[in-house]
Design a protein. Structure first.
Lengths: 267, 262
């Protein structure tokens, strides 16, 4: 446990080593939120208007929630895994008494901690500038369920990212391509990051709920906003948990096969 | 004329090499292409469902909103197709390999800006043009509107060129390219929808200071017949000024290049 704490500390410090990079990455997040904020602000120009089951207060809370949830769920250092596998740097870790899986999970947590603190400040600044009406969840049980759903989202995203990176064992040149498709495109759109999934027709929504992506951002925010309750929350948590088990099982199968395939190219 | 033909030939050679390099990785090429098509389609579908629920966005109907989105994609895709080499500029400067570019009898700016066209974007451009024509026709534009649109589209590409030159120049000075170019992409993405959705002062900033409104929103508005001749002339003037300033900035940046690590 001590060694992972040290990895956490070093990883945290590393984030500060490339300060300009980090600041620009955060600036990009803010810009994406500005677009989404003004888009929905225009749609709900009349505060009493209700579209897709949202009023102005709830949709703007959704936008701010996305800013914070992105920092918690989607910020990850494990994106660098593909490069390490492709250029042979992974060998360094295989020779050390450290779990590669836990190593990257720890580094992800360090990245999330830093990103969350920045996202909190950004959300506060944007809140003071844009002055939106924000929905505050006061039901203690819903807050607990929201935290549970966020924990599921964090674990789920780590497994998705880890599995996608394992593709590099078989296609060293195309690790980034797989990340582009699954992490940049599919996660962005199907998780509710670009727009709330419930504006889509019910048939499409039902198909999406069978996939792991909506449980990354959309589902936790639905819980926070109180848009779903009781059975729907239980079903969501169960489906998210089930996906974690499926992906964990796949990781256990694919990881040793990838290692067998690995020939330490570049070393 | 002779110089233009020479540079066209060089561009063709460099683009052919870049195409071959990408096509040698067929799986990667296919995945990236699928990803780009998916991103475009999902956003397109989002706009359709959004406008079905709201009927209009900042006073624009579905076809008009789609046309703004298509114009954004057209300018964004063409500039990515032409200027993909910008994304590969940082390693040249960091490693000092930029020396080799500077010593060749070809403009260093031309080589850094257009040295490797993107075949993935090249594949999507014809379909985008067809979509622009199809949705554009549904807006019943006048001949003058079409003329303004084409003119302002070129002006948008000139502004995109100026942005990319500025990113390169900044890269020489700060050694930072990756995030700067992505910030440029995020800024232009703010014009996926008409800039009319933003409130002042953001709307003013996006129109005049970082002229993505002029780059993307204005051409689409011109086709819809809601731009005056004065607006068109003013935009062309801004495009020319931006290009001039970016070239000056590039020349200044070159004086700061230290050839470190070479």
């Amino acid at each position: 446990m001590h060694k992972y704490f040290q990895i956490f500390k070093i990883s945290f410090q590393q984030e500060f080593a490339y300060r300009l990079n980090f600041v620009m990455w955060r600036a990009r997040n803010v810009m994406q939120i500005i677009l989404t904020f003004f888009l929905w602000n225009t749609v709900f120009y009349d505060p009493s208007r209700e579209v897709f089951g949202y009023n102005k207060e709830k949709i703007l809370t959704y936008v701010f929630g996305i800013l914070v949830l992105r920092a918690i769920v989607l910020s990850a250092r494990a994106v660098d895994m593909a490069g390490e596998i492709a250029n042979g740097d992974i060998t360094n870790y295989l020779l050390k008494p450290v779990s590669y899986f836990k190593y990257w999970f720890t580094r992800d947590i360090a990245s999330k901690t830093l990103n969350l603190s920045f996202a909190g400040v950004e959300a506060l600044i944007l809140f003071l500038i844009l002055k939106p009406n924000i929905f505050l969840q006061t039901d203690f049980l819903m807050i607990i369920l929201f935290i549970v759903s966020v924990a599921i989202a964090v674990t789920l995203f780590f497994y998705i990212l880890f599995l996608v990176n394992l593709v590099t064992f078989w296609m060293p040149e195309n690790g980034w391509a797989a990340q582009f498709l699954f992490v940049v495109i599919l996660t962005e759109f199907l998780s509710g990051g670009a727009f709330p999934i419930d504006i889509l027709p019910p048939v499409l929504q039902h198909i999406l709920y069978g996939l792991p992506f909506p449980y990354l951002l959309f589902f936790p925010l639905q819980v926070y906003l109180g848009k779903i309750s009781g059975l729907a929350i239980a079903r969501g948590i169960l489906t998210g948990g089930l996906w974690i088990m499926v992906l964990a099982f796949l990781t256990r199968i694919i990881w040793p096969r990838g290692l067998k395939r690995y020939s330490a190219e570049g070393r | 004329m002779k110089i233009i033909l020479r540079y066209l030939k060089i561009w063709w050679l460099m683009s052919r090499n870049a195409f071959l390099a990408v096509l040698s990785q067929r799986i990667g090429f296919t995945i990236f292409l699928i990803g780009k098509i998916l991103r475009f389609s999902l956003f397109f579908v989002f706009i359709i469902f959004l406008l079905k629920g709201t009927n209009s966005l900042a006073g624009y109907n579905l076809n008009q909103t789609l046309f703004f989105f298509l114009t954004f994609n057209l300018i964004d895709t063409i500039s990515q197709f032409l200027f993909r080499e910008v994304y590969r500029f940082r390693p040249l400067v960091v490693s000092g390999s930029f020396d080799l570019v500077l010593t060749k009898p070809v403009s260093a700016l031309f080589r850094s800006l257009m040295g490797g066209a993107d075949v993935i974007d090249f594949v999507t451009i014809p379909f985008l043009i067809m979509a622009v024509i199809y949705i554009g026709k549904l807006l019943n534009p006048s001949t003058l509107g079409i003329l303004y649109y084409i003119l302002l589209l070129f002006n948008g590409l000139i502004l995109a060129t100026a942005f990319h030159i500025a990113v390169l120049a900044l890269g020489i000075i700060t050694l930072e390219i990756d995030h700067t170019v992505m910030i440029y992409r995020d800024l232009t993405a703010l014009a996926r929808f008409p800039v009319d959705i933003y409130k002042e002062p953001i709307k003013g900033i996006l129109t005049f200071l970082i002229p993505i409104g002029i780059m993307i929103t204005l051409p689409a508005k011109a086709l819809m017949g809601i731009t005056s001749l004065m607006g068109v002339l003013w935009s062309l003037g801004l495009g020319g000024t931006a290009l001039f300033l970016s070239l000056r900035f590039w020349k200044f940046a070159l004086t700061k290049y230290t050839s470190a690590s070479s």
